[in-house]
Design a binder for this molecule. Structure first.
Ligand code: SAM
Length: 273
């Protein structure tokens, strides 16, 4: 099929998904969307993107499955341990000066980042005064985050990351073996509000002291990246902190002037006062 035709079909598919179901992938980086739609065609046995579009318009049950294809779920606990070490050593001392704290984990996937932060905050004595907001657009991932069950074969990596992040305890203190995997202690999520929230179309819902949004903006075009960072700026208290993924930066953002680099090599920024 001609590349141009496929381009048109892809635009129409995303438009249908938006107009009918309000999921807006139109401003995502297209290389990744294209790859994921190609996989979805095989899974849903559709000979073309147009055929998938037709199926989608008439079958709402397909939507969560397609959204699951379009959202990349790669994650791990204490991913990039140096980021968590920088939070622990540089950001936590500032957060300790507040009597109560709110933390927003935006694009939390199946909860790996949330549990990492909850453990870090517990180790640093901040957990009991913190409320966490864990948000994502992938309903299935949010359900998994609420369960906190992970495959056993991921635990060695999680444990190693936790140690490298400067962990003050043993990761095994926080989980029990269950359902052929490990289940993280429910007390770790007692102070968490899980919620469906899109950085593309929803607005700010709380004032927070730290927002961590890692490896989400890489899937957005420049305009959407700016929108998301604008949301974080609005949500943050003065001198609040924002952490991005190591491949993400504020460099070209329209909001650059509102932040100062705090630990630049770990992509941690502070909102100006
Ligand atoms: C690669 S994962 C990153 C997970 C975790 N933050 C990390 O760094 O390990 C990207 C996450 O962004 C979510 N996502 C994609 N588009 C989103 C949007 N518009 N609003 C909120 N989350 C979104 C996906 O569902 C997915 O869970």
């Amino acid at each position: 099929m001609a590349a141009k035709t496929e381009e048109i079909e892809l635009q129409l598919l995303l438009e249908a998904l938006y107009q009918q179901y309000h999921y807006d992938f139109r401003g995502y980086s297209m290389a990744s969307v294209k790859r994921r739609v190609a996989q979805a065609l095989v899974q849903f046995k559709c000979p073309s993107i147009s055929a998938l579009q037709e199926k989608l318009l008439h079958d709402p049950g397909l939507v969560p499955h397609l959204v699951a294809y379009l959202t990349v779920q790669v994650s791990e606990m204490f991913r990039d341990p140096s980021y968590y070490r920088a939070l622990r050593e540089n950001v936590i001392p500032h957060l300790k000066t507040y009597p109560s704290l709110k933390v927003w984990v935006a694009g939390c996937s199946a909860g790996e980042e949330l549990y990492s932060l909850a453990i870090l905050f517990r180790e640093e004595g901040l957990e009991s005064r913190t409320i966490f907001y864990a948000t994502d657009i992938n309903a299935d991932a949010l359900k998994k985050a609420e369960l906190g069950i992970y495959d056993l074969d991921r635990v060695a990596l999680f444990t190693d990351n936790h140690r490298k992040s400067g962990g003050k305890s043993s990761l095994s203190d926080y989980y029990t073996a269950a359902y052929g995997g490990v289940k993280f202690d429910k007390t770790l999520r007692e102070r968490t509000v899980f919620s469906d929230h899109s950085l593309v179309s929803d607005s700010v819902f709380a004032e927070v002291h730290l927002v961590t949004c890692r490896n989400v903006l890489i899937y957005f075009n420049r305009e959407l990246q700016d929108r998301a960072i604008g949301l974080f700026e609005d949500a943050l208290v003065r001198r609040g902190f924002m952490g991005l993924g190591l491949k993400e930066s504020m460099h070209f953002s329209a909001h650059t002037d509102s932040f100062t680099p705090f630990v630049l090599d770990q992509r941690i920024y502070q909102k100006k006062g």
